[in-house]
Design a protein around this ligand. Structure first.
Ligand SMILES: N[C@@H](CCC(=O)N[C@@H](CS)C(=O)NCC(=O)O)C(=O)O
Length: 213
């Protein structure tokens, strides 16, 4: 397998974690979002959405991080990233989507560029926008986690899964923008548990070959 990714892209990061948790290897092919390499004709042919990541598995090209993670889950069921029980599976997907749909797109590169280039927001206003959507998203997640008996060492029980794959990169992003995390003790506790695991360590942006230190 080959993974087109960018070191600090949260969607690439979540896919790398899932690959690692499954014990799978994909050759990393870095694509630089900062220099807009993802908008060039070479990558656009591979992924017409011009977004990270893209997974190549044999003759198949897969896009959208959560679709890729579900594909890996179906193709390589062990160890599972979703629980067996259908209600619990829906819970884990809901937590993953709370990050992937309700937080992540609001601090993505192209909407942020639109805010500055088209709407004229200053850097400070843009950061305020990101802080608002990340913090309010975390407030919801913290409540979802606190109020559920299924929350354990990880988002769901005693083993890491799809929700953790999404949560950890979003926390990395939050720290990049110096968001105060003191109101989110459960989220940060889960993040700390994940940070000890080899799959999360290997997937960390700073451990990618294209990382800018
Ligand atoms: N829903 C997509 C989002 C992919 C996405 O937007 N990735 C970001 C990096 S985290 C990206 O490629 N941004 C480029 C841009 O916005 O131009 C997924 O989960 O894969």
């Amino acid at each position: 397998m080959k993974l087109y990714s960018f070191w600090r892209s949260s969607t690439s990061y979540r896919t790398r974690i899932a690959l690692g948790l499954k014990g799978l290897h994909a050759d990393n092919i870095p694509v630089n979002i900062v220099t807009a390499e993802h908008r060039g004709s070479v990558y656009a042919k591979i992924n017409p959405e011009m977004r990270m990541p893209t997974l190549i598995d044999g003759e198949h090209t897969l896009t959208q991080s959560l679709a890729i993670i579900e594909y890996l889950e179906e193709k390589y069921p062990e160890p599972p990233l979703l629980p067996l029980n259908i209600y619990e599976r829906a819970r884990v997907r809901a937590l993953a989507l709370a990050v992937a749909c309700d937080i992540s797109p609001l601090n993505n590169t192209s909407p942020l560029l639109y805010l500055s280039q088209k709407l004229g927001l200053t850097e400070e206003q843009k950061v305020e926008w990101m802080r608002h959507w990340i913090s309010s998203g975390f407030e919801v997640l913290e409540q979802l986690l606190i109020t559920s008996p299924y929350t354990g060492t990880f988002c769901h029980g005693a083993t890491p899964g799809m929700a953790d794959c999404c949560l950890v990169p979003q926390l990395y992003n939050a720290r990049r923008y110096h968001i105060d995390l003191t109101d989110f003790p459960l989220i940060t506790r889960i993040d700390a548990a994940c940070a000890k695991l080899p799959a999360f360590i290997a997937a960390h942006p700073s451990n990618q070959p294209d990382a800018v230190k």
